[in-house]
Ligand binder design. Structure first.
Ligand SMILES: [Ca+2]
Ligand SMILES: [Ca+2]
Length: 93
C-alpha cells in the first residue's frame, strides 16, 4: 500500500483547510473521510495521534487539549482511530 506524494500533499492540505476553515463561509465540498483526516494528522505515522498532532486541527490550543482529554477514552495519552472518530461530529467532516 503505497501512497503517491501528491496524494499525501492533498491530504495535508485538506487537514489544513479544515483547521483554518471552521465556521467560515467556504463553499461546501464532498464530506471528508475522518480516516483521511486521521492519516493527514498522524505526522509520525505511528497509527495514533498525540496531543501535538491533534492540536494541528485548531489554533485554539486550550480547546484542543480539552477535546483531546474528552476523546481519549482509555486515558493513555494518545488517540486511536476509533477514539478520533467522534471529533468528526464536532468538525462535521
Ligand atoms: Ca502519531
Ligand atoms: Ca487513547
Amino acid at each position: 500500500m503505497r501512497w503517491c506524494k501528491a496524494g499525501r500533499l492533498i491530504l495535508a492540505a485538506s487537514a489544513l483547510a479544515l483547521a483554518g476553515g471552521c465556521g467560515s463561509a467556504q463553499k461546501r465540498e464532498a464530506p471528508v473521510d475522518p480516516g483521511l483526516v486521521f492519516e493527514a494528522l498522524d505526522k509520525n505515522k505511528d497509527g495514533v495521534l498525540n496531543p501535538e498532532e491533534f492540536a494541528a486541527l485548531s489554533k485554539d490550543r486550550e480547546a484542543m487539549n480539552r477535546l483531546f482529554k474528552d476523546l481519549d477514552q482509555d486515558h493513555n495519552g494518545v488517540l486511536s482511530r476509533d477514539e478520533f472518530k467522534p471529533a468528526g461530529l464536532i468538525y462535521r467532516w
